[in-house]
Design a protein around this ligand. Structure first.
Ligand SMILES: Cc1ncc(COP(=O)(O)O)c(C=O)c1O
Length: 393
């Protein structure tokens, strides 16, 4: 198994960068870099058949992952999470065929494990051994866990109101935790300062190229688990946007590998009513999102008032013919209750948001009752017990 990575490409100006150096964003315009692969050569060697004998982790797609030497992969078994058929929930909501991609079963209890496994492995392969990041909570837990497993150093900056589980796990994993009186954007400034001061590699969302590579494996898995077809709709709770952008990238790569057709799902971005910069930009027809004033929601992962990858999220939604909608915190909680009681999935509030969104889309006729829909449950409610207790759940 070898990686077919060739270079990095700026998603904005299109300039190429060397994938063998530690680099974060495009030196020309500061925008997001994507990893590119020689998919023509990969197509000749890497078939869907190859996957049959591989272990059920996201590293089964190693040829389209950035790590050159498999010995450099830092893994805690992330990925290949179940795609659960939720027939009872479908009946009760009036949906057609409904699936839950249950990311709560990842190491550290959220899909953040995928991105950090990929980003820390690649940066370490290129020589980094000290890391920093701002995080709503789950990403910090994941960085801290992978750093612990590989004997690397991790600094994490998270808002003081991040869920207790995230604070405790970071400490248990041995990361240096700083609680910030402010939003993730404020934590980002402190993380950047710490990076300069202590020579740390900053793995902030989409400010380095490889977290998206980990997250894109959700797209590969969805297609593989559906027998190399794609669903009609994917509903994704969007904060910084790495996941939705990564999944969208995966579909383009799989088409070039000859694994799927040109058919695409409609990508639906769900945000909280109290923090919806992407939804606002989508409605206004804008290419970039304005920072959302006074962001407020119980779903820490959705409390992201400004994201460097805003234009990529908006592109994925528009190119796919999807949409962007908000749900309230109460609707998210109802979503968590309903996912738990009717599907047996104790979902994070962000996962609850996807069910709340589906109900609204069905009521508005934007998703029809004969479509195949995937809800992305991005994390476990077990990491939000304090937040849920405040809402009597
Ligand atoms: C549980 C959960 N869901 C969703 C998100 C948003 O993810 P993304 O940055 O990929 O939009 C986060 C981010 O912190 C999260 O922790």
């Amino acid at each position: 198994m070898k990686s077919y990575i060739t270079h990095l490409e700026c998603t904005f100006c299109g300039r190429d960068q060397d994938a063998n150096q530690l680099i974060r964003t495009c030196p020309a315009d500061g925008k997001v870099l994507f990893a590119r692969y020689d998919l023509v050569a990969a197509k000749a060697e890497f078939s869907r058949e190859c996957l049959k004998s591989r272990p059920p982790t996201m590293w089964r797609y190693a040829e389209v992952m950035p790590i050159r030497d498999p010995a450099n992969v830092i893994s805690l078994g992330e990925g290949f999470t179940p795609l659960l058929r939720a027939d009872r929930l479908a009946r009760e909501t009036g949906a057609g065929e409904l699936f839950i991609k249950d990311e709560s079963l990842n190491p550290t209890g959220s899909f953040k494990a995928r991105g950090l496994s990929a980003a820390v492995s690649k940066a370490a392969e290129l020589g980094a051994n000290r890391f920093t990041m701002p995080s709503a909570g789950n990403a910090a837990g994941a960085l801290a866990a992978y750093a612990a497993a590989a004997d690397l150093e991790a600094y994490v900056f998270m808002p003081a109101d991040a869920p207790e589980a995230n604070r405790r796990e970071c400490q248990a994993y041995g990361a240096r935790l700083t609680l910030v009186d402010g939003f993730i954007t404020d934590a980002g400034k402190l993380s950047a300062e710490a990076a300069d001061k202590h020579a740390l590699f900053d793995v902030s969302t989409l400010r380095e190229p490889y977290r998206a590579e980990g997250k894109k494996t959700m797209g590969y898995e969805i297609a593989e688990q559906l027998g190399w077809t794609v669903p009609d709709v994917i509903i994704y709770p969007t904060g910084g946007g790495t996941g939705i952008v990564g999944i969208w990238k995966a579909f383009a790569e799989m088409e070039r590998l000859g694994w799927i057709s040109s058919r695409r799902p409609r990508m639906v971005c769900v945000q909280a009513e109290g923090c919806a910069p992407i939804v606002q930009a989508f409605k206004d027809g804008k290419r970039f999102a304005d920072p959302f004033p006074n962001p407020s929601t119980m779903a820490a992962g959705l409390r992201v008032p400004a994201a460097i990858g805003d234009y990529l999220v908006l592109e994925a939604i528009r190119e796919s013919g999807g949409c962007a909608i908000t749900v309230t915190d109460d609707e998210m909680i109802d979503g968590v209750r309903h996912l738990s009681s009717s599907a047996g999935v104790f979902a994070a509030p962000e996962g609850g948001a996807t069910l709340a969104a589906l109900k609204k889309l069905l009521a508005a006729g934007e998703v029809s009752r004969d479509e195949r829909v995937i809800l992305l449950n991005t994390g476990s409610a077990l990491k939000y017990l304090d937040v849920l207790a405040e809402r009597s759940l």
